[in-house]
Design a protein around this ligand. Sequence first.
Ligand code: PFF
Length: 466
Amino acid sequence: MEKQRAQWGSKIGFILAAAGSAVGLGNIWKFPGRAFEGGGGTFVIIYIIMVVLLGAPMMLTELSIGRASQTNIVGSFQKLGHKRSAWIGWVGVIGAFIITSYYSHVGGWVLRYVAGYATEAPKIYDNPMGYFTGMLGLNSDGSTSFPWVAILFAAVFLLINAIVIIRGVESGIEKFNKIGMPALFILLLILLVRAVTLDGSAEGVSYMLTPDWSKLTFDTFLAALGQAFYSLSIGMAIMITYGSYLSRKENLPKNTALICGMDTMVAIMAGFIIVPAVFATLGGGEVGKGGGFAFVSLAGVFQQMPGGTIFGVIFYLLLLFAALTSCMSLIEGIVAFLTEHFSWGRKNATIGVCIALFLLGCLYTCSQVAFPIKGVWFDFANGLSFPAFGDCMEYLTDRALIPICALGCSIFVGWIWKQENALAEIEQEGIRFRLAKVYTIIIKYVAPIAILTIIAMGLISGMTLS
Ligand code: PFF
């Protein structure tokens, strides 16, 4: 007898879980920096256009593949296309695995900073760089040791994920997101009010509101598109897995609009927190992005801000919720694949995946500043002109696996499964999709060309997708 497949318990549960996957570190520590580089308001406008034009159609595509197939990401392509299409799913699973290995460790670092700001903020303010590199194994005398602090917190972060995922789709992931996402919005609002009421923040607010078209280049479009895909969790077939737990009654275009709207709103709100706060404390030139910025530069912001330590705890808590709900979706994608493709039990699959992720992530964490592997890897990597092991992992996922999987999805729907089947899946139970014609043109022609351009530019100019 076929086992009953897991389903979301409620519509809002699904929307919050999918938005939880989308809202992640990408929104909070990448978007504001990208927006700053791209001329504030200019980037925000181009970003919204990219989300509407390409991000949302791609999300709708992944959700409909998942719901139509009612199976995992490799199985979906086999079931709806032919056996040969399975490679798209494999690229997705491998991409998800590699990205989660470092995403989960970075999540551990975030957890360490929640504890750090709560218990020893003066130590962070004293030497932000030393605190960060110390966590990663660099001693004050310049020698290195095993980065056990970072690794320990990564283990705790993965343990939280494992506990939630073992409980299942409805009682684990959905429940967690139903609490985590509203909490995230509240934290975000608190920080927004704090940031825009700081003395000197007005300049930052107006920077974000005023388009500076002189900063608009071809790269702005590519950066916005790459950011949109990464931020919406597209190209890792996560939305296929989440879509596969949806009932036929759900209106996919409406849900897609809600998820994309929430994700974009959080990114823009983060922009209106980080940029004005940095303008008010450190000066506009200091807005940056990524881990170095979030862990090191922001210490100066919290140190100078009235009540900064409390807001520091709130900020890292916000990052923690964002990272947890995204990481969970990635692990769920891999676990669903293992349970359905290889008939593993959910518990064993989750534990096995989390241990494997932990171990691979250790190489990422260790390759940052410490560890003997650094020397070995450097000799090897220098030959390939790659800077470090961790950078290679990001390079592989951002420039190759995510765009290749996204390209595979759009070609699959446009040319193999065919868009009329996707549209039939979307337009069920009396649901009308009024943008069907536009969607068809985008998915068949515009999306593949745009994604191929990202891949080509990534190879040529070093642009990354994330
Ligand atoms: N969307 C997440 C972020 O913005 O941080 C990252 C992510 C999660 C990417 C899940 C891909 C994915 F499948």
